[in-house]
Design a protein around this ligand. Structure first.
Ligand code: 5RP
Length: 294
């Protein structure tokens, strides 16, 4: 049978169509191995090139944060509307349904509580466990200018080395302390150091002149939301960040502390994935919120 097929000459090799070498859509990410790219393409939507991650890892240093007292009740229902979930392994295993299809960005550093020096972190998971949990990325806090700056950079570089062995990208999270200024000079320094030392994605805060921070960082930047703002202001911040070069948001309190979290998450998606004007996105938020209450 196989011989007859070979002799028939009917196979089609499309000799006039050269095989295309695909480029990769994400900034600075073209030279990774296939597994790493595939995981990044689960977090970042290949059509928009952007992501809306839902961050609810706050308990790793501050306990039951407002809005996160019962993650099973308040956060699990939001998961279908998020592109990725950023959380701790304790919450993943205890609360998140294993059938949930969300890519997981796992918090991998910790140690000190809000009662102690926060920069004194260590790595808190082993890469084998990240693989076991099918993580799409691991996240580590980097305290540039903090008391344990070098230790936190060391945590990140060890995680990058371990991640490279298994194709798991590292999200470097630039921490801000009370004593550190949130300006473009500081954010430019911290984000660039994370990228130079191997982070595949960097999380930072929006600040004036953010476009210079984004331009100076050769890998995708996502912004944290920070403390709860009125929804209109939070949507404006997300829209400004996207317009100035951010590849998405990794937002927590501005979503789960909203009085209409699903509506807020959907409105943030409009801004991030469709570049919707923040005022229109706010109208959309109100419409969804009123439908729920109506
Ligand atoms: C803690 C984190 C949080 O995930 C981050 O702060 C995002 O949450 P929020 O939008 O509430 O600031 O990385 O260090």
């Amino acid at each position: 049978m196989a011989e007859a097929e070979i002799q028939s000459g009917e196979k089609e090799f499309f000799l006039d169509i050269p095989q295309q070498n695909e480029t990769f859509f994400l900034k600075g990410s073209a030279n990774y191995d296939w597994g790493m790219k595939n995981r990044l393409a689960r977090i970042f939507n290949p059509r928009s090139g952007k992501t809306v991650m839902l961050a609810f890892d706050h308990g790793y240093f501050q306990g039951p944060t407002t809005g996160l007292e019962r993650i099973d009740v308040t956060i699990v229902p939001l998961a279908p509307f998020a592109d990725a979930l950023m959380l701790t392994r304790g919450i993943l295993r205890s609360v998140i349904p294993a059938a949930s299809g969300n890519p997981i960005v796992m918090r991998a550093s910790g140690g000190p509580s809000i009662l102690k020096e926060l920069s004194n972190e260590h790595l808190v998971i082993d890469m084998d466990d990240a693989v076991r949990m099918n993580c799409s990325a691991v996240a580590v806090q980097v305290f540039i200018g903090g008391e344990y700056e070098t230790q936190s950079v060391g945590n990140m570089t060890r995680l990058v080395d371990a991640g490279m062995k298994v194709g798991i990208p590292v999200l470097g999270v630039t921490a801000v302390g009370k004593e550190l200024v949130r300006d473009a000079k500081y954010m430019g320094l911290a984000t660039r150091m994370c990228a130079e030392l191997g982070a595949a994605v960097v999380k930072t805060y929006f600040c004036p002149d953010f476009e210079k921070v984004a331009a100076g960082c050769p890998v995708p930047l996502v912004i944290a939301g920070g403390k709860k703002l009125p929804e209109l202001e939070a949507l404006k911040m997300a829209a400004d960040a996207i317009a100035q070069g951010a590849s998405g948001v990794d937002m927590g309190r501005n979503i789960f502390q909203s009085d209409a979290p699903v509506a807020m998450l959907k409105a943030v998606r409009k801004v991030v994935h469709e570049a919707m004007n923040y005022k229109q996105a706010y109208e959309y938020f109100l419409e969804l919120k009123n439908q729920k209450n109506g």
